[in-house]
Design a protein around this ligand. Structure first.
Ligand code: ARG
Length: 565
Protein backbone atom coordinates (compact mmCIF):
# COMPACT_ATOMS: atom_id res chain seq x y z
CA UNK A 1 0.00 0.00 0.00
CA UNK A 2 1.39 3.38 -0.98
CA UNK A 3 0.55 6.58 0.81
CA UNK A 4 -2.95 7.90 0.12
CA UNK A 5 -1.67 10.80 -1.95
CA UNK A 6 0.36 8.45 -4.10
CA UNK A 7 -2.60 6.13 -4.65
CA UNK A 8 -4.74 9.06 -5.70
CA UNK A 9 -2.02 10.50 -7.93
CA UNK A 10 -1.71 7.09 -9.51
CA UNK A 11 -5.44 7.00 -10.25
CA UNK A 12 -5.36 10.48 -11.76
CA UNK A 13 -2.30 9.72 -13.88
CA UNK A 14 -4.37 7.19 -15.80
CA UNK A 15 -6.57 10.05 -17.00
CA UNK A 16 -4.28 13.03 -17.44
CA UNK A 17 -0.90 13.23 -19.02
CA UNK A 18 1.04 14.55 -16.12
CA UNK A 19 3.94 13.09 -14.23
CA UNK A 20 2.83 11.27 -11.05
CA UNK A 21 5.19 13.33 -8.92
CA UNK A 22 3.74 16.52 -10.41
CA UNK A 23 0.18 15.36 -9.73
CA UNK A 24 1.17 14.49 -6.20
CA UNK A 25 2.57 17.95 -5.75
CA UNK A 26 -0.66 19.52 -6.94
CA UNK A 27 -2.97 17.49 -4.72
CA UNK A 28 -4.36 19.55 -1.86
CA UNK A 29 -6.02 18.81 1.43
CA UNK A 30 -9.38 20.65 1.44
CA UNK A 31 -9.91 23.09 4.29
CA UNK A 32 -13.11 21.37 5.24
CA UNK A 33 -13.72 17.63 5.27
CA UNK A 34 -17.17 17.99 3.65
CA UNK A 35 -15.16 18.61 0.52
CA UNK A 36 -13.41 15.29 0.83
CA UNK A 37 -10.02 14.20 2.13
CA UNK A 38 -7.99 15.19 -0.92
CA UNK A 39 -8.61 17.51 -3.85
CA UNK A 40 -7.03 17.83 -7.24
CA UNK A 41 -7.21 21.33 -8.79
CA UNK A 42 -7.86 21.40 -12.55
CA UNK A 43 -7.07 25.05 -13.20
CA UNK A 44 -3.64 24.43 -14.63
CA UNK A 45 -5.10 21.96 -17.16
CA UNK A 46 -7.51 24.47 -18.61
CA UNK A 47 -5.19 25.80 -21.28
CA UNK A 48 -4.05 22.44 -22.58
CA UNK A 49 -7.57 20.99 -22.56
CA UNK A 50 -9.15 24.17 -23.92
CA UNK A 51 -11.94 23.77 -21.43
CA UNK A 52 -13.08 25.49 -18.28
CA UNK A 53 -11.61 23.96 -15.08
CA UNK A 54 -15.05 23.02 -13.70
CA UNK A 55 -15.86 21.10 -16.88
CA UNK A 56 -12.55 19.26 -16.75
CA UNK A 57 -13.15 18.44 -13.08
CA UNK A 58 -16.66 17.17 -13.78
CA UNK A 59 -15.46 14.96 -16.62
CA UNK A 60 -12.60 13.62 -14.58
CA UNK A 61 -14.79 12.81 -11.62
CA UNK A 62 -17.03 10.90 -13.99
CA UNK A 63 -14.29 8.93 -15.71
CA UNK A 64 -11.78 8.19 -12.95
CA UNK A 65 -11.64 4.61 -11.86
CA UNK A 66 -12.15 4.33 -8.13
CA UNK A 67 -9.56 2.32 -6.21
CA UNK A 68 -10.81 0.35 -3.19
CA UNK A 69 -9.54 2.92 -0.76
CA UNK A 70 -11.70 5.65 -2.31
CA UNK A 71 -15.40 5.86 -1.51
CA UNK A 72 -16.45 8.54 -3.88
CA UNK A 73 -15.02 11.04 -6.32
CA UNK A 74 -16.99 14.20 -7.02
CA UNK A 75 -16.29 17.51 -8.67
CA UNK A 76 -16.82 20.87 -7.03
CA UNK A 77 -15.91 24.00 -8.97
CA UNK A 78 -12.54 23.42 -10.57
CA UNK A 79 -11.61 20.64 -8.15
CA UNK A 80 -11.95 16.89 -8.15
CA UNK A 81 -12.60 15.77 -4.60
CA UNK A 82 -11.73 12.39 -3.20
CA UNK A 83 -13.36 10.77 -0.19
CA UNK A 84 -11.29 8.06 1.40
CA UNK A 85 -12.79 4.76 2.43
CA UNK A 86 -11.00 4.68 5.76
CA UNK A 87 -11.91 1.11 6.57
CA UNK A 88 -10.50 -0.21 3.31
CA UNK A 89 -7.48 2.00 3.71
CA UNK A 90 -6.82 0.70 7.24
CA UNK A 91 -7.19 -2.82 5.96
CA UNK A 92 -4.74 -2.34 3.09
CA UNK A 93 -2.10 -0.69 5.28
CA UNK A 94 -2.32 -2.97 8.30
CA UNK A 95 -2.54 -6.17 6.28
CA UNK A 96 0.52 -5.10 4.35
CA UNK A 97 2.51 -4.46 7.52
CA UNK A 98 1.35 -7.69 9.17
CA UNK A 99 2.39 -9.62 6.09
CA UNK A 100 5.78 -8.03 5.62
CA UNK A 101 6.67 -7.66 9.29
CA UNK A 102 10.18 -6.31 9.82
CA UNK A 103 10.55 -6.18 6.02
CA UNK A 104 7.85 -3.52 5.63
CA UNK A 105 9.42 -0.74 3.56
CA UNK A 106 12.16 -2.96 2.16
CA UNK A 107 12.73 -2.66 -1.55
CA UNK A 108 14.83 -3.98 -4.37
CA UNK A 109 15.33 -0.70 -6.21
CA UNK A 110 19.06 -0.95 -5.51
CA UNK A 111 19.56 -4.50 -6.72
CA UNK A 112 22.74 -4.92 -8.69
CA UNK A 113 24.15 -1.55 -7.61
CA UNK A 114 27.04 -1.01 -5.23
CA UNK A 115 27.23 2.04 -3.04
CA UNK A 116 30.41 2.87 -1.13
CA UNK A 117 30.02 4.84 2.05
CA UNK A 118 33.07 6.61 3.42
CA UNK A 119 32.50 7.65 7.04
CA UNK A 120 34.09 8.11 10.45
CA UNK A 121 37.67 8.37 9.10
CA UNK A 122 39.31 9.32 12.37
CA UNK A 123 43.00 10.07 12.44
CA UNK A 124 45.65 7.84 13.96
CA UNK A 125 47.02 9.04 17.28
CA UNK A 126 44.25 11.61 17.51
CA UNK A 127 41.11 11.49 19.63
CA UNK A 128 37.86 9.92 18.46
CA UNK A 129 35.91 12.93 19.64
CA UNK A 130 32.39 14.23 19.64
CA UNK A 131 33.01 15.99 16.32
CA UNK A 132 33.24 12.53 14.71
CA UNK A 133 29.77 11.63 15.91
CA UNK A 134 27.79 12.98 12.90
CA UNK A 135 29.96 11.44 10.17
CA UNK A 136 29.98 8.12 12.01
CA UNK A 137 26.27 7.77 12.69
CA UNK A 138 25.05 9.38 9.46
CA UNK A 139 27.33 7.13 7.42
CA UNK A 140 26.26 4.08 9.37
CA UNK A 141 22.60 4.94 8.98
CA UNK A 142 22.93 5.51 5.21
CA UNK A 143 24.69 2.17 5.02
CA UNK A 144 21.68 0.53 6.68
CA UNK A 145 19.14 2.48 4.61
CA UNK A 146 20.78 1.67 1.28
CA UNK A 147 21.07 -2.00 2.21
CA UNK A 148 17.37 -2.04 3.06
CA UNK A 149 16.67 -0.70 -0.42
CA UNK A 150 18.56 -3.56 -2.01
CA UNK A 151 21.91 -1.90 -2.68
CA UNK A 152 25.17 -3.66 -2.08
CA UNK A 153 26.94 -1.45 0.46
CA UNK A 154 30.59 -1.16 1.39
CA UNK A 155 31.36 0.82 4.53
CA UNK A 156 34.85 2.30 4.39
CA UNK A 157 36.84 3.81 7.22
CA UNK A 158 39.36 5.92 5.31
CA UNK A 159 41.46 6.55 8.38
CA UNK A 160 44.07 9.30 8.43
CA UNK A 161 47.22 7.30 8.88
CA UNK A 162 49.71 9.09 6.64
CA UNK A 163 51.41 12.46 6.61
CA UNK A 164 54.13 14.60 8.22
CA UNK A 165 52.40 14.49 11.59
CA UNK A 166 53.64 10.92 12.04
CA UNK A 167 57.21 12.09 11.65
CA UNK A 168 56.58 14.64 14.38
CA UNK A 169 55.01 11.99 16.56
CA UNK A 170 58.06 9.77 16.22
CA UNK A 171 60.35 12.62 17.21
CA UNK A 172 58.08 13.37 20.18
CA UNK A 173 58.00 9.72 21.16
CA UNK A 174 61.74 9.40 21.07
CA UNK A 175 62.08 12.43 23.30
CA UNK A 176 59.28 11.98 25.81
CA UNK A 177 57.35 8.79 25.05
CA UNK A 178 56.62 6.08 27.57
CA UNK A 179 55.79 2.70 26.08
CA UNK A 180 53.81 1.33 29.05
CA UNK A 181 51.70 4.45 29.37
CA UNK A 182 50.92 4.40 25.65
CA UNK A 183 49.96 0.75 25.81
CA UNK A 184 47.59 1.48 28.69
CA UNK A 185 46.03 4.59 27.24
CA UNK A 186 47.16 4.95 23.63
CA UNK A 187 45.34 7.97 22.26
CA UNK A 188 45.49 10.11 25.36
CA UNK A 189 49.24 9.52 25.74
CA UNK A 190 50.02 10.05 22.06
CA UNK A 191 48.01 13.25 22.05
CA UNK A 192 49.91 14.39 25.11
CA UNK A 193 53.33 14.06 23.47
CA UNK A 194 52.03 15.47 20.19
CA UNK A 195 50.72 18.57 21.95
CA UNK A 196 54.04 18.93 23.75
CA UNK A 197 55.85 18.69 20.42
CA UNK A 198 53.83 21.61 19.08
CA UNK A 199 54.38 23.68 22.18
CA UNK A 200 58.13 23.19 22.09
CA UNK A 201 58.32 23.63 18.31
CA UNK A 202 56.99 27.15 18.79
CA UNK A 203 60.31 28.13 20.31
CA UNK A 204 62.45 25.65 18.46
CA UNK A 205 61.83 25.53 14.72
CA UNK A 206 64.41 22.74 14.30
CA UNK A 207 61.93 20.28 15.80
CA UNK A 208 59.73 20.67 12.75
CA UNK A 209 62.67 19.89 10.49
CA UNK A 210 63.36 16.79 12.55
CA UNK A 211 59.70 15.82 12.18
CA UNK A 212 59.81 16.19 8.42
CA UNK A 213 62.99 14.18 8.22
CA UNK A 214 61.46 11.45 10.36
CA UNK A 215 58.47 11.25 8.04
CA UNK A 216 60.79 11.02 5.04
CA UNK A 217 62.45 8.13 6.86
CA UNK A 218 59.10 6.37 7.22
CA UNK A 219 58.43 6.91 3.53
CA UNK A 220 61.85 5.50 2.69
CA UNK A 221 61.12 2.40 4.69
CA UNK A 222 63.43 2.94 7.68
CA UNK A 223 62.61 -0.15 9.66
CA UNK A 224 62.66 1.34 13.16
CA UNK A 225 60.44 4.26 12.15
CA UNK A 226 58.06 2.14 10.12
CA UNK A 227 57.77 -0.17 13.12
CA UNK A 228 56.87 2.75 15.37
CA UNK A 229 54.37 4.12 12.87
CA UNK A 230 52.76 0.66 12.63
CA UNK A 231 52.57 0.46 16.37
CA UNK A 232 50.87 3.89 16.70
CA UNK A 233 48.49 2.78 14.01
CA UNK A 234 47.69 -0.52 15.65
CA UNK A 235 47.03 0.86 19.12
CA UNK A 236 44.92 3.66 17.67
CA UNK A 237 42.84 1.34 15.51
CA UNK A 238 42.26 -0.98 18.46
CA UNK A 239 40.94 2.01 20.39
CA UNK A 240 38.71 3.16 17.49
CA UNK A 241 37.31 -0.34 17.14
CA UNK A 242 36.50 -0.45 20.81
CA UNK A 243 34.44 2.77 20.59
CA UNK A 244 32.83 1.70 17.32
CA UNK A 245 31.74 -1.52 18.94
CA UNK A 246 29.97 0.43 21.66
CA UNK A 247 28.26 2.41 18.90
CA UNK A 248 27.45 -0.78 17.00
CA UNK A 249 29.04 0.64 13.86
CA UNK A 250 30.95 -1.64 11.52
CA UNK A 251 33.14 -1.33 8.45
CA UNK A 252 33.90 -3.58 5.52
CA UNK A 253 37.16 -1.85 4.77
CA UNK A 254 39.83 -0.01 6.76
CA UNK A 255 41.85 1.04 3.75
CA UNK A 256 43.03 4.40 4.98
CA UNK A 257 45.34 6.97 3.49
CA UNK A 258 48.52 4.89 3.84
CA UNK A 259 46.95 2.13 1.76
CA UNK A 260 47.17 4.46 -1.21
CA UNK A 261 50.81 5.49 -0.91
CA UNK A 262 51.85 3.09 -3.67
CA UNK A 263 48.80 3.85 -5.80
CA UNK A 264 49.43 7.56 -6.35
CA UNK A 265 52.19 7.36 -8.92
CA UNK A 266 49.92 6.04 -11.71
CA UNK A 267 47.35 8.74 -10.93
CA UNK A 268 49.98 11.47 -11.13
CA UNK A 269 51.14 9.93 -14.41
CA UNK A 270 47.60 9.94 -15.73
CA UNK A 271 47.12 13.58 -14.74
CA UNK A 272 50.35 14.41 -16.49
CA UNK A 273 49.41 12.49 -19.65
CA UNK A 274 46.04 14.17 -19.74
CA UNK A 275 47.84 17.53 -19.56
CA UNK A 276 46.14 18.47 -16.34
CA UNK A 277 49.26 18.95 -14.22
CA UNK A 278 50.92 22.33 -14.07
CA UNK A 279 53.92 23.57 -12.22
CA UNK A 280 53.38 26.39 -9.79
CA UNK A 281 56.17 27.62 -7.50
CA UNK A 282 57.80 24.22 -7.69
CA UNK A 283 54.60 22.36 -6.82
CA UNK A 284 52.42 20.32 -9.16
CA UNK A 285 48.83 21.47 -9.29
CA UNK A 286 45.62 21.12 -11.28
CA UNK A 287 44.43 24.59 -12.14
CA UNK A 288 40.75 25.15 -11.33
CA UNK A 289 40.47 28.92 -11.82
CA UNK A 290 37.93 28.37 -14.55
CA UNK A 291 35.67 26.74 -11.98
CA UNK A 292 36.16 29.45 -9.40
CA UNK A 293 38.26 27.29 -7.16
CA UNK A 294 41.82 27.49 -5.91
CA UNK A 295 44.16 24.93 -7.52
CA UNK A 296 44.12 21.33 -6.38
CA UNK A 297 47.58 20.63 -4.98
CA UNK A 298 48.92 17.24 -6.13
CA UNK A 299 52.63 17.30 -5.27
CA UNK A 300 54.34 19.70 -2.91
CA UNK A 301 57.57 21.34 -4.02
CA UNK A 302 59.55 18.81 -1.94
CA UNK A 303 57.79 16.03 -3.86
CA UNK A 304 55.48 15.03 -1.01
CA UNK A 305 51.96 13.94 -1.87
CA UNK A 306 48.88 15.32 -0.17
CA UNK A 307 45.50 14.40 1.24
CA UNK A 308 43.93 15.20 -2.15
CA UNK A 309 46.44 13.04 -4.02
CA UNK A 310 45.57 10.07 -1.82
CA UNK A 311 41.85 10.70 -2.22
CA UNK A 312 42.21 10.76 -6.00
CA UNK A 313 44.12 7.49 -5.91
CA UNK A 314 41.39 6.08 -3.68
CA UNK A 315 38.65 7.09 -6.11
CA UNK A 316 40.28 5.37 -9.08
CA UNK A 317 41.13 2.31 -7.01
CA UNK A 318 37.57 2.07 -5.71
CA UNK A 319 36.06 2.40 -9.18
CA UNK A 320 38.28 -0.41 -10.39
CA UNK A 321 37.65 -2.65 -7.41
CA UNK A 322 33.94 -2.14 -6.81
CA UNK A 323 32.60 -0.58 -10.00
CA UNK A 324 30.44 1.56 -7.75
CA UNK A 325 27.13 3.15 -8.58
CA UNK A 326 27.89 5.93 -6.11
CA UNK A 327 30.36 6.92 -3.40
CA UNK A 328 28.97 8.83 -0.44
CA UNK A 329 31.57 10.84 1.48
CA UNK A 330 30.12 11.55 4.89
CA UNK A 331 32.49 14.30 5.96
CA UNK A 332 32.02 17.66 7.70
CA UNK A 333 31.14 20.78 5.70
CA UNK A 334 34.63 22.17 6.39
CA UNK A 335 35.84 19.90 3.63
CA UNK A 336 33.41 21.22 1.00
CA UNK A 337 36.18 22.75 -1.05
CA UNK A 338 38.35 19.64 -0.89
CA UNK A 339 35.58 17.47 -2.32
CA UNK A 340 34.51 19.99 -4.94
CA UNK A 341 38.12 20.11 -6.07
CA UNK A 342 38.82 16.41 -6.27
CA UNK A 343 35.46 15.64 -7.90
CA UNK A 344 36.22 18.31 -10.49
CA UNK A 345 39.65 16.81 -11.14
CA UNK A 346 38.05 13.39 -11.74
CA UNK A 347 35.62 15.07 -14.10
CA UNK A 348 38.48 16.78 -15.95
CA UNK A 349 40.19 13.42 -16.26
CA UNK A 350 37.24 12.53 -18.45
CA UNK A 351 35.36 10.17 -16.16
CA UNK A 352 31.70 10.77 -16.69
CA UNK A 353 30.90 8.95 -13.46
CA UNK A 354 32.45 11.86 -11.53
CA UNK A 355 28.95 13.02 -10.73
CA UNK A 356 28.32 9.80 -8.83
CA UNK A 357 30.72 11.04 -6.18
CA UNK A 358 28.72 12.76 -3.49
CA UNK A 359 29.89 14.79 -0.54
CA UNK A 360 27.31 14.10 2.15
CA UNK A 361 28.30 17.03 4.31
CA UNK A 362 27.46 17.39 7.97
CA UNK A 363 27.44 20.34 10.32
CA UNK A 364 29.42 20.75 13.48
CA UNK A 365 28.56 19.62 16.96
CA UNK A 366 29.67 21.84 19.75
CA UNK A 367 29.19 21.72 23.46
CA UNK A 368 27.57 24.28 25.66
CA UNK A 369 31.04 25.08 26.88
CA UNK A 370 32.05 26.18 23.40
CA UNK A 371 34.25 24.94 20.60
CA UNK A 372 37.04 22.48 21.16
CA UNK A 373 40.55 21.84 19.89
CA UNK A 374 42.93 18.94 20.35
CA UNK A 375 45.88 21.17 21.06
CA UNK A 376 44.08 23.40 23.50
CA UNK A 377 43.18 20.25 25.41
CA UNK A 378 39.47 21.10 25.22
CA UNK A 379 38.64 18.04 23.17
CA UNK A 380 35.71 15.92 24.28
CA UNK A 381 36.17 12.21 23.72
CA UNK A 382 33.16 10.48 22.25
CA UNK A 383 33.79 7.59 24.56
CA UNK A 384 33.41 9.83 27.62
CA UNK A 385 30.15 11.23 26.27
CA UNK A 386 28.81 7.70 25.68
CA UNK A 387 29.75 6.61 29.18
CA UNK A 388 28.17 9.63 30.73
CA UNK A 389 25.01 9.14 28.71
CA UNK A 390 24.74 5.52 29.82
CA UNK A 391 25.13 6.48 33.46
CA UNK A 392 22.57 9.26 33.13
CA UNK A 393 20.18 6.79 31.48
CA UNK A 394 20.76 4.48 34.44
CA UNK A 395 19.84 7.26 36.86
CA UNK A 396 16.59 7.81 34.96
CA UNK A 397 15.77 4.12 35.07
CA UNK A 398 16.46 4.01 38.82
CA UNK A 399 14.07 6.87 39.20
CA UNK A 400 11.28 5.61 36.93
CA UNK A 401 11.47 1.86 36.99
CA UNK A 402 13.94 0.63 39.63
CA UNK A 403 12.69 -2.95 39.47
CA UNK A 404 13.40 -3.27 35.76
CA UNK A 405 15.16 -6.49 34.83
CA UNK A 406 18.47 -6.19 32.96
CA UNK A 407 18.82 -2.51 33.82
CA UNK A 408 22.43 -2.32 32.65
CA UNK A 409 21.61 -3.51 29.16
CA UNK A 410 18.66 -1.15 28.87
CA UNK A 411 20.70 1.80 30.15
CA UNK A 412 23.29 1.10 27.45
CA UNK A 413 20.71 0.93 24.70
CA UNK A 414 18.98 4.09 25.88
CA UNK A 415 22.14 6.07 26.65
CA UNK A 416 23.94 5.25 23.43
CA UNK A 417 20.79 5.63 21.36
CA UNK A 418 20.33 9.12 22.80
CA UNK A 419 23.79 10.25 21.73
CA UNK A 420 23.37 8.78 18.25
CA UNK A 421 19.92 10.24 17.78
CA UNK A 422 21.16 13.70 18.73
CA UNK A 423 23.25 13.65 15.55
CA UNK A 424 20.56 12.04 13.40
CA UNK A 425 17.56 14.12 14.25
CA UNK A 426 18.30 17.40 12.51
CA UNK A 427 19.09 18.04 8.87
CA UNK A 428 22.66 16.88 8.52
CA UNK A 429 24.13 20.23 7.47
CA UNK A 430 22.84 22.00 10.53
CA UNK A 431 25.32 22.84 13.26
CA UNK A 432 24.13 21.77 16.67
CA UNK A 433 24.87 22.19 20.31
CA UNK A 434 24.97 19.13 22.48
CA UNK A 435 22.80 19.72 25.57
CA UNK A 436 22.25 16.85 27.99
CA UNK A 437 18.74 17.81 29.02
CA UNK A 438 17.62 17.83 25.43
CA UNK A 439 19.38 14.65 24.43
CA UNK A 440 18.29 12.46 27.29
CA UNK A 441 14.67 13.29 27.78
CA UNK A 442 11.76 10.90 27.83
CA UNK A 443 9.37 13.47 26.47
CA UNK A 444 10.95 15.75 23.88
CA UNK A 445 11.89 14.84 20.34
CA UNK A 446 14.37 12.23 21.47
CA UNK A 447 15.19 8.60 20.93
CA UNK A 448 14.18 7.89 24.55
CA UNK A 449 10.67 9.07 23.74
CA UNK A 450 10.51 6.77 20.73
CA UNK A 451 11.99 3.85 22.67
CA UNK A 452 9.62 4.51 25.54
CA UNK A 453 6.61 4.40 23.21
CA UNK A 454 7.90 1.16 21.74
CA UNK A 455 8.27 -0.36 25.21
CA UNK A 456 4.79 0.82 26.11
CA UNK A 457 3.37 -0.99 23.07
CA UNK A 458 5.36 -4.11 23.96
CA UNK A 459 3.81 -4.10 27.40
CA UNK A 460 0.32 -3.85 25.87
CA UNK A 461 1.05 -6.71 23.52
CA UNK A 462 2.51 -8.78 26.30
CA UNK A 463 -0.87 -8.78 28.00
CA UNK A 464 -2.67 -10.18 24.96
CA UNK A 465 -3.17 -13.83 24.20
CA UNK A 466 -1.02 -14.68 21.20
CA UNK A 467 -2.42 -18.14 20.76
CA UNK A 468 -5.77 -16.73 19.64
CA UNK A 469 -6.07 -15.21 16.22
CA UNK A 470 -7.26 -11.60 16.33
CA UNK A 471 -10.76 -10.88 15.15
CA UNK A 472 -10.18 -7.62 13.32
CA UNK A 473 -12.69 -5.26 11.83
CA UNK A 474 -10.86 -2.48 10.03
CA UNK A 475 -13.99 -0.36 9.96
CA UNK A 476 -13.47 0.12 13.70
CA UNK A 477 -10.21 1.92 13.04
CA UNK A 478 -11.70 4.88 11.22
CA UNK A 479 -11.86 7.42 14.06
CA UNK A 480 -9.64 10.48 13.62
CA UNK A 481 -6.86 9.32 15.89
CA UNK A 482 -6.58 5.84 14.40
CA UNK A 483 -6.82 7.23 10.89
CA UNK A 484 -3.96 9.63 11.60
CA UNK A 485 -1.75 6.77 12.79
CA UNK A 486 -2.61 4.62 9.78
CA UNK A 487 -1.93 7.45 7.36
CA UNK A 488 1.48 7.89 8.96
CA UNK A 489 2.22 4.17 8.79
CA UNK A 490 1.47 4.23 5.07
CA UNK A 491 4.13 6.88 4.49
CA UNK A 492 7.03 4.79 5.81
CA UNK A 493 8.25 3.13 2.57
CA UNK A 494 8.42 6.47 0.78
CA UNK A 495 10.20 8.13 3.70
CA UNK A 496 12.99 5.57 3.44
CA UNK A 497 13.38 6.24 -0.26
CA UNK A 498 13.41 10.00 0.31
CA UNK A 499 15.99 9.63 3.09
CA UNK A 500 18.23 7.68 0.69
CA UNK A 501 17.78 10.13 -2.18
CA UNK A 502 18.52 13.15 -0.02
CA UNK A 503 21.18 11.33 2.04
CA UNK A 504 19.19 12.48 5.00
CA UNK A 505 18.63 9.97 7.83
CA UNK A 506 16.90 12.81 9.68
CA UNK A 507 13.87 12.18 7.43
CA UNK A 508 13.47 8.91 9.25
CA UNK A 509 14.05 10.50 12.68
CA UNK A 510 11.41 13.15 12.01
CA UNK A 511 9.04 10.53 10.69
CA UNK A 512 9.45 8.40 13.81
CA UNK A 513 8.73 11.37 16.04
CA UNK A 514 5.53 12.04 14.05
CA UNK A 515 4.57 8.40 14.27
CA UNK A 516 4.98 8.15 18.03
CA UNK A 517 3.22 11.46 18.56
CA UNK A 518 0.22 10.33 16.57
CA UNK A 519 0.30 6.94 18.25
CA UNK A 520 0.39 8.50 21.71
CA UNK A 521 -2.64 10.64 20.86
CA UNK A 522 -4.43 7.51 19.71
CA UNK A 523 -3.41 5.67 22.85
CA UNK A 524 -4.47 8.51 25.08
CA UNK A 525 -7.94 8.62 23.59
CA UNK A 526 -8.63 4.98 22.80
CA UNK A 527 -8.60 2.20 25.32
CA UNK A 528 -6.85 -0.82 24.00
CA UNK A 529 -6.75 -3.55 26.62
CA UNK A 530 -9.87 -2.42 28.42
CA UNK A 531 -12.04 -2.39 25.31
CA UNK A 532 -13.72 -5.54 24.15
CA UNK A 533 -14.10 -7.99 21.32
CA UNK A 534 -13.41 -6.84 17.81
CA UNK A 535 -12.63 -3.33 18.90
CA UNK A 536 -9.93 -4.54 21.27
CA UNK A 537 -8.50 -6.88 18.64
CA UNK A 538 -8.47 -4.23 15.94
CA UNK A 539 -6.67 -1.77 18.19
CA UNK A 540 -4.15 -4.44 19.14
CA UNK A 541 -3.49 -4.96 15.45
CA UNK A 542 -2.81 -1.26 15.08
CA UNK A 543 -0.38 -1.38 18.03
CA UNK A 544 1.45 -4.29 16.44
CA UNK A 545 1.93 -2.39 13.21
CA UNK A 546 3.26 0.68 15.02
CA UNK A 547 5.70 -1.44 16.99
CA UNK A 548 7.02 -2.99 13.77
CA UNK A 549 7.54 0.35 12.07
CA UNK A 550 9.21 1.94 15.11
CA UNK A 551 11.65 -0.88 15.43
CA UNK A 552 12.46 -1.03 11.72
CA UNK A 553 12.83 2.75 11.53
CA UNK A 554 15.08 2.90 14.58
CA UNK A 555 17.04 -0.03 13.16
CA UNK A 556 17.72 2.06 10.06
CA UNK A 557 19.16 4.73 12.34
CA UNK A 558 21.29 2.11 14.04
CA UNK A 559 19.40 2.39 17.32
CA UNK A 560 17.89 -0.49 19.23
CA UNK A 561 14.55 -0.49 21.01
CA UNK A 562 14.31 -2.44 24.26
CA UNK A 563 11.08 -4.32 25.00
CA UNK A 564 10.97 -2.90 28.50
CA UNK A 565 12.29 0.26 30.01
N1 ARG B 1 40.61 11.86 8.07
C1 ARG B 1 39.95 12.97 7.47
C2 ARG B 1 39.75 14.06 8.51
O1 ARG B 1 39.79 13.80 9.69
C3 ARG B 1 38.60 12.61 6.89
C4 ARG B 1 38.65 11.66 5.73
C5 ARG B 1 37.36 11.59 4.99
N2 ARG B 1 37.37 10.69 3.86
C6 ARG B 1 38.03 10.91 2.74
N3 ARG B 1 38.00 10.00 1.80
N4 ARG B 1 38.64 12.03 2.51
O2 ARG B 1 39.56 15.20 8.15
Amino acid sequence: MKSLKKEIANTISKQVELDIAEIERLIEIPPNSDLGDYAFPCFQLSKAFRKAPNIIAAEMAEKLEKPLIIDKIISAGGYVNFFVNKGNFASAVLKGIAKEGAGYGRSDIGNGKTVLIDYCATNIAKPFHIGHLPTTVIGDSLNRIYKFLGYECVGINHIGDWGTQFGKLIVAYKKWGNKEEIEKNPIKELVKIYVRFHDEAEDDESLNDEGRAAFKAIENGDSEYVQLWKWFREVSIAEFKRVLKVLNVEFDSWDGESFFTDKMEPVIEELRNKKLLQESQGAQIVDLTQFDMPPCLILRSDGATLYATRDLAAILYRKEKYDFHKVLYCVATQQNLHFRQIFKVVDLMGYEWANNLVHVANGMISLETGAMGTRKGTVVYLDDVLNESVSKAMEKIEEKNPKLEGKEVVAKIVGIGAVKFSALKNKRMKDSVFVWDKVLNFEGETSCYIQYTHARICSVLEKTDFSKELDIEYELLTDDKSYEVIKTLALFPQVIIDAAEEYEPSDISKYLIDLVQSFNKFYHENHVLSSEGKLRDSRIELCKAVKIVISTGMGLLGIECPEKM
